[in-house]
Design a protein around this ligand. Structure first.
Ligand SMILES: [Zn+2]
Length: 253
């Protein structure tokens, strides 16, 4: 759909970029994003996704806003403490950009609800803090051939990559049998807030590239960020042909 005069004004500085055309903004404005987890990662990415002008955000998180969230979960204000995260997120995102549709689910993503919750989603943005949940998202991404922009952050470090079903490997190819470790969470070893807007900005950049039919920068690449020493390292990653989820012998493909 052509951009309205208000949209042309709202997105004018982005549209001013020499390699960005109105058609690109129209594509962004017709793309639905699923943000799974609206905590440290998801509250930062969803704020940027809404401001950017995506069509609809589908937010999934079962948690309540706590005082210990406010320092790093930039979507929430102190007055939101005690509210459901997805409800506070929806109100604050709607204030930020009333043109974006927001759909919320105050549940944990599970294999028995993911197909229904993400039915309209074009691109999945990872805001999770557990491998168990990420594996459910990864299998859904392969099954439905929907791009999955992974991210994880703890302490001073973050990792992110983009999985394109049929083109790149998947989470299982890269992470193998990595499991959740309760001693390695932000709650137990901490996290510095500044790492989150950096890694989520890169996730949103990947989503913009996918939505505008360009090759994502993290195609078969894993970006590792260390905010303590300002180190950005890129590692080549590849599909594991024997992967149980996306490999040749997998029944999912
Ligand atoms: Zn795989």
């Amino acid at each position: 759909m052509p951009l309205s005069d208000e949209q042309k004004d709202r997105y004018s500085r982005f549209l001013r970029l020499t390699d960005v055309h109105e058609e690109d903004m129209e594509l962004i404005n017709s793309t639905n994003i699923g943000v799974i987890g609206v905590g440290g990662l998801g509250s930062s990415s969803s704020r940027l996704l809404a401001a950017m002008g995506f069509k609809k955000l589908i937010l999934v998180d079962p948690d309540i806003v706590e005082l210990s969230n406010i320092q790093r979960q930039l979507l929430f204000n102190t007055e939101d403490v005690g509210k459901k995260k997805v409800e506070a997120a929806s109100i604050n995102l709607q204030k930020l950009n009333p043109q974006v549709e927001i759909e919320t689910y105050d549940v944990a993503i599970q294999s028995n609800n993911i197909t229904d919750i993400l039915r309209d989603v074009d691109i999945i943005i990872d805001g999770l803090d557990s491998f168990k949940a990420r594996r459910i998202v990864n299998e859904y991404s392969i099954e439905k051939k929907k791009p999955y922009v992974f991210a994880g952050a703890v302490e001073y470090y973050a990792n992110t990559t983009t999985f394109l079903p049929c083109s790149t490997g998947c989470l299982n190819c890269v992470m193998g049998d990595a499991k959740d470790n309760s001693e390695m969470t932000a709650a137990s070893i901490g996290i510095t807030p500044e790492i989150l807007p950096i890694v989520t900005s890169i996730q949103v950049r990947e989503a913009v590239l996918i939505a505008t039919k360009k090759k994502p920068n993290l195609f078969n690449k894993l970006l590792s960020i260390d905010i303590n020493s300002i180190a950005f390292d890129i590692f080549e990653i590849q599909k594991n042909e024997n992967c149980e989820v996306c490999g040749a012998s997998s029944s999912k493909e």
